[in-house]
Design a protein around this ligand. Structure first.
Ligand SMILES: Nc1ncnc2c1ncn2[C@@H]1O[C@H](COP(=O)(O)OP(=O)(O)OP(=O)(O)O)[C@@H](O)[C@H]1O
Length: 247
């Protein structure tokens, strides 16, 4: 469904993305793992039409080619991004934030259906309709940001570090909600530092390093990959002096 690449992106002289290609199939959940500064956020922004890659790239959703078109066309085509830091309207209420999520022409007719989905996923948002968004807790704001993105009827929902700064119990709640969103058939592309939790909900993943894709595999393959275990799952590095026999 999503075909993106090869995406290269410069910030001034700094090459942040160096020919990154990524695909997400219909209904698939894909996770992108990488250290700070690897280029993960930049890649999501390019796919959402928020930054313009170097010539030669394509961002295609279904058979619609989006690159070069205005940002709202990406949203209308069905690509929604929940950015790092959430990007909700802090001075507006929960209800107003959700309403604004459905502002595009194609989302408007489905507003009440999508609101029902959001409130079913995040009942707390239903209880807090009139609350000013900035007064909500970090976890509630993240739920609102995801809810707002869902109001746009996405075919592909992209999330940048959704669990950042959240308490473990809220993170568990968040991943349970993402698993339920996955069951609705919406494709997910997730950048996450919580590798364990994200591999649990993902079908597949990519490894990114210094602006490039350096590996890809199913969630099981990535979980079993010694390099992933060492970099992200807290496994000890192999001792080069060891012959493998424990003493
Ligand atoms: N607007 C910008 N101007 C200049 N350099 C930028 C800009 N945005 C990102 N960069 C640089 O591009 C590189 C990739 O950044 P990006 O935020 O995409 O990485 P990331 O993998 O998402 O990192 P993190 O996990 O820390 O958010 C970094 O070296 C970063 O400093």
């Amino acid at each position: 469904m999503l075909n993106a690449g090869p995406i290269s992106l410069h910030y001034g002289k700094h090459l942040a993305l160096d020919g990154v290609s990524i695909t997400v199939a219909d209904g698939e959940t894909v996770v992108v793992l990488g250290a700070n500064g690897a280029g993960k956020s930049s890649m999501l922004k390019a796919i959402a039409g928020l930054v313009r890659p170097a010539p030669g790239a394509l961002v295609t959703l279904g058979d619609v080619e989006l690159l070069g078109r205005p940002t709202h066309k990406f949203l209308e085509a069905g690509i929604a991004l929940v950015p790092e830091g959430r990007g909700i309207f802090g001075e507006l209420t929960v209800a107003e934030n959700l309403e604004l999520g459905a502002y595009t022409r194609h989302a408007r007719p489905h507003e009440s259906r999508q609101r029902a989905l959001v409130l079913d996923l995040f009942p707390r948002l239903g209880e807090r309709q009139k609350q000013i968004a900035r007064t909500m807790s970090g976890g509630e704001q993240q739920m609102l940001a995801i809810g707002r993105a869902l109001m746009s009827c996405p075919r592909l929902l992209m999330l940048d570090e959704p669990s950042l700064g959240l308490a473990p119990i809220i993170t568990t709640e968040l991943f349970a909600a993402l698993a339920r969103i996955r069951e609705t058939g919406i494709a997910l592309l997730v950048v996450e530092q919580n590798v364990k939790a994200s591999l649990r909900i993902a079908h597949r993943g990519y490894l990114m390093e210094a602006g490039r894709i350096t590996g890809t595999g199913t969630a099981d393959e990535l979980r079993d990959d010694p390099a992933v275990q060492q970099a992200f799952l807290g496994a000890a590095a192999p001792n080069p002096l060891s012959n493998g026999v424990s003493t």
